[in-house]
Design a protein around this ligand. Structure first.
Ligand code: SF4
Ligand code: SF4
Length: 299
């Protein structure tokens, strides 16, 4: 219970990360760098500042309180942050009168987390919901994740883990008995394309999926549907081939249609590498679901 982790968000009343009404706990840190990542604030394992410039009054308070000299500001102008100097202390966010800075990432103990989760225990029971650990990559903090899952199990809270699948098998093996549901992402199926768009090979990911299916743990595959990247005929054929291997041993597939999150990157001072793309149409989603459903259930 003394184990600590770094989380960047805890969302109550979540309806899209597993069955029922859930709390989604977002752990910080991820070994992948997917170009379309929806949670860029979860990539670095360290606390980071987000800036909401439309809230800034130009008062200069943040620059005055920063002990590292990381914030510079001309009269009446908005502050400029030298991220390499920032120590993540959060003083600027505390001092800002309009909430223009938000420090994302805080340390939490398993005990603190469980007392937050227990507030919604009745809701979990009534809706057959529970807690989902997401990220970032939750397996990137294996000791904290293990301890948190064990504490949830003790309290009979349903647990789901939303993972990129990119972690050593021994980490999966350790948490598998404590995890009631794996939400397992599959990105580009071609290894070279996977490296190009996420920064890592997909071999370990596919091997882990096969092994989890062999273990008989409940797994739902999730496919982010990115036009021209994962939404291509070639990718679909390769996906269907892998799904055929685990057919009957996974619960099914969920498609996650692409949407643009460029604004979040801007707030973190990061650049968004995706070209301008449209969300896949409902007709296309229906067509893909029907084709995948010939192999495994698809939502
Ligand atoms: S303290 Fe807040 S409102 Fe004032 S300059 Fe800094 S960010 Fe803007
Ligand atoms: S988090 Fe701390 S070190 Fe970083 S800019 Fe704010 S006050 Fe300065």
């Amino acid at each position: 219970m003394r184990e600590t982790g770094i989380v960047f968000d805890i969302q109550r009343f979540s309806l899209h990360d597993g069955p029922g009404i859930r709390t989604t706990v977002f752990l910080k840190g991820c070994p992948l760098r997917c170009l379309w990542c929806h949670n860029p604030e979860g990539l670095s394992p360290k606390p980071e500042l987000m800036f909401f410039d439309y809230k800034c009054l130009g008062c200069g308070t943040c620059a005055r309180v920063c002990p590292e000299g990381a914030l510079a500001q001309g009269a009446g102008a908005k502050p400029r942050l030298a991220r390499e100097k920032c120590a993540g202390c959060g003083r600027c966010a505390e001092a800002c009168p309009s909430g223009a800075w938000r420090l994302v990432g805080r340390t939490i103990t398993v005990e603190e987390l469980l007392s937050l989760l227990e507030r919604d225990a009745l809701l979990y029971d009534r809706s057959q919901g529970g807690v989902t650990f997401s990220g970032g990559e939750p397996l990137f903090q294996p000791d904290f994740l293990h301890a948190a899952l064990a504490a949830c199990k003790e309290r009979r809270i349903h647990t789901a883990v939303d993972t990129s699948g990119y972690a050593p098998w021994d980490v999966f093996e350790r948490i598998a008995p404590l995890t009631d549901l794996f939400l397992f992402d599959l990105k580009p199926m071609d290894e070279e394309a996977h490296r190009r768009y996420t920064g890592v090979s997909n071999r370990l990911i596919h091997a882990n999926l096969r092994r989890l299916a062999e273990l008989g743990r409940p797994v739902r595959v999730r496919v982010p549907l990115i036009p021209g990247i994962t939404d291509t005929e070639e990718n679909l054929q390769a996906l269907l081939a892998l799904l055929g291997e685990v057919q009957g041993r996974i619960l099914g597939v969920e498609l996650l249609p692409y949407h643009d999150v460029a604004e979040k990157y801007q707030r973190l001072g990061k650049s968004y590498g995706m070209p301008s793309l449209s969300r896949p149409s409902e007709a296309r989603l229906a067509e893909l679901r029907a084709r995948i459903a010939q192999v495994v259930p698809c939502a």
